[in-house]
Design a protein around this ligand. Structure first.
Ligand code: FES
Length: 584
């Protein structure tokens, strides 16, 4: 890299992908199209940085991303690059929850990664800054960064401010649970209406350590985001913009250093990410998204690996849904770097992992002081529990594994008769009609990646149970997923799923199911011979999606334990996009 008279850094494009689109006599027509968008002759020969957002107008978590992207672009320009903004699709779980829309949510993660890949490949971009703010959009964007392996920075759109209702801070999960309270006659229609109008007072992602904030924590811990950038609420625009501009400048440094995402997101970095999830009582969806991201990097890190880390990690952050605090409180004490500092000092993080700053985790945290005058994050010597807030379970009901969030749960063992529902809506209707008993294990099946299709989240049902005051008095077991906002004894990702005749397909009403979060087991107390008989009688069932995007998804998607991915990943690739040649 050198400088010209205007102090705009100059880059050698002879090895960058964009040389195929902008350099040489043959590319005159290509350059003409760039000029038609307002690009100057100097800019067209700069590195081209794709600025990918998941902006849309559906929910507060995405609404500010396009504005933030404009700030990122200023940083790229000042660093000597040519930013090119584009937008992917977004499917927002909060709107799809409890209705057929949720089937589109997990498939959207992979489509986001695919669409970023095709945009970058199609236009020979050299680098990426990705911006996202909702559950599937964060992993989707980071998957694209790892798949393409061009210098990249991830920027979280930030979280929402808490709402206020009857003198208490509230968030979106309070509204879901209020629906259950209303059904149980514990909340008036007027109060429910008032709550729904005040629960989401600003732009930003849902406030607890739900899936978006969990994956935002991952983005800092794995080294793909600037430290602290994922901790700033969306509404704190001036501060967030400083990180947005820095993200643009940083990606230009990464191009100069040729530092790529797969050099950052190594196996040890994935372990760091899983440690921060467990320590913060983060979302069980991380058990799906971390393996999917690892697949893009060619790193073996499946559900079992994730759960091994969870088992060894102390739970130290008192964050909702299990705890008391939200992302704004975390920000006030110093954000994710404080959590990471506690874990580093306790010996739970690999401090030598590289990050987008060009420094290691340990170097980034050097000047972070762990604050003692707060109750949100504890040192690892005084944890809430010595194992992580999320636990892996395996056994005769889930030979490929499953996952349960135990943060905030008093009883770690559960044994009871099954109440079986083939689809979530049937379970929700039964729960709302109080057709279940204390001690039941509610089984919701045919909701896996293939069977749903799309591995729906079942927050409406779990929230309704909490609303009835039965949150921990029944267990819920599913081959689908749970929202990051779910509380209670809820086991998800049970594999193999019912659609491929996993044992969950063979459960009948009244079968005893036993779950032990300490032993890491989940079993069906039915003799193997009896299960074999039921297996012979089992018939596959149509999903109701024989064409379109969801049918395509069912043809490609793999098991939940491997991240429910739709392609074979980096381990079989013959060349990486970042090194693309003309005949590739
Ligand atoms: Fe997007 Fe909650 S709806 S983060």
């Amino acid at each position: 890299m050198s400088s010209n008279t205007n102090k705009r850094p100059l880059f050698d494009k002879s090895t960058l992908p964009s040389r195929h689109a902008t350099e040489g006599i043959d590319r005159a027509a290509h350059r003409a199209l760039f000029y038609g968008t307002g690009v100057t002759e100097e800019e067209v020969h700069s590195p081209i940085v794709g600025i990918a957002t998941c902006w849309n107008e559906t929910t507060p978590c995405n609404i500010d991303l396009s504005r933030q992207a404009k700030v990122v672009k200023n940083g790229v320009r000042e660093g000597g690059g040519l930013p090119r903004e584009f937008t992917t699709i977004t499917v927002t779980d909060g709107i799809g929850m409890g209705n057929p829309g949720m089937k589109s949510s997990l498939p959207s993660r992979d489509l986001i990664a695919d669409s970023v890949e095709l945009t970058v490949r199609g236009h020979c971009y050299d680098a990426l800054v990705t911006l996202a703010g909702c559950d599937k959009t964060l992993p989707g964007m980071m998957m694209a960064m790892l798949r393409l392996n061009v210098p990249s920075v991830f920027l979280y759109g930030g979280s929402i401010l808490p709402g206020r209702f009857r003198g208490k801070d509230v968030n979106i999960i309070d509204v879901y649970e209020a629906v259950g309270q209303h059904a149980a006659g514990k909340m008036s229609t007027e109060d429910l209406h008032r709550l729904e109008t005040v629960a989401c007072p600003s732009a930003g992602a849902c406030a607890g350590q739900f899936t978006a904030n969990t994956m935002a924590t991952v983005s800092e811990a794995i080294g793909l985001s600037l430290p602290m950038s994922a901790s700033v609420p969306t509404a704190y625009q001036a501060e967030h913009d400083r990180y947005a501009k820095a993200a643009g400048e940083t990606v230009m440094n990464l191009i100069a250093q040729n530092l790529r995402p797969r050099e950052i997101a190594t196996r040890k970095a994935f372990e760091n990410a899983a440690v921060t999830v467990a320590a913060s009582g983060g979302s069980t969806n991380s058990g799906l998204h971390l393996p999917a991201m690892a697949n893009e990097a060619g790193v073996k890190f499946d559900l079992e690996d994730v759960c091994e880390i969870f088992k060894k990690t102390p739970y130290i952050a008192d964050l909702k849904p299990a705890g008391k605090y939200v992302a704004l409180d975390m920000y006030k004490i110093g954000g994710i770097p404080v959590l990471m500092k506690a874990l580093l000092e306790g010996g739970y993080l690999h401090g030598d992992c590289m990050t987008v700053t060009g420094k290691t985790i340990e170097e980034n945290l050097e000047h972070v002081k762990f604050p003692l005058d707060q109750n949100i994050v504890r040192p690892t010597s005084k944890p809430f529990s010595s194992t992580g807030g999320v636990v892996g379970l395996k056994g005769s009901l889930a030979p490929q594994g499953s996952i349960v969030k135990v943060a905030g749960i008093k009883e770690r063992k559960f044994r009871g008769p099954a109440r079986v529902f083939d689809k979530e809506n049937l379970a929700f209707a039964a729960v709302q009609a109080r057709k279940y008993k204390e001690g039941d294990v509610i089984v919701i099946r045919y909701e896996g990646p293939r069977g749903g299709p799309g591995m729906r989240e079942t927050l409406t049902t779990t929230a309704a149970l909490y609303g009835h005051g039965m949150g921990e008095k029944v267990a819920l077991v599913t081959d689908g997923r749970f929202s990051g906002g779910t509380r209670g004894y809820c086991v998800g990702h049970v594999g193999p799923e019912a659609a491929v005749c996993g044992p969950i397909a063979l459960v009948k009403d009244g079968d005893i199911i036993s779950i032990d979060a300490d032993a890491g087991s989940i079993d069906i107390e039915v003799a193997e011979e009896e299960l074999e008989e039921r297996r012979k009688e089992w018939k596959s069932r149509p999903t109701g999606h024989e064409s379109g995007a969801l049918w395509k998804y069912t043809q490609l998607v793999g098991d939940a334990c491997d991240g429910a991915v739709t392609h074979r990943g980096a381990s079989v690739e013959t060349h990486v996009y970042a090194d693309i040649e003309l005949d590739d």
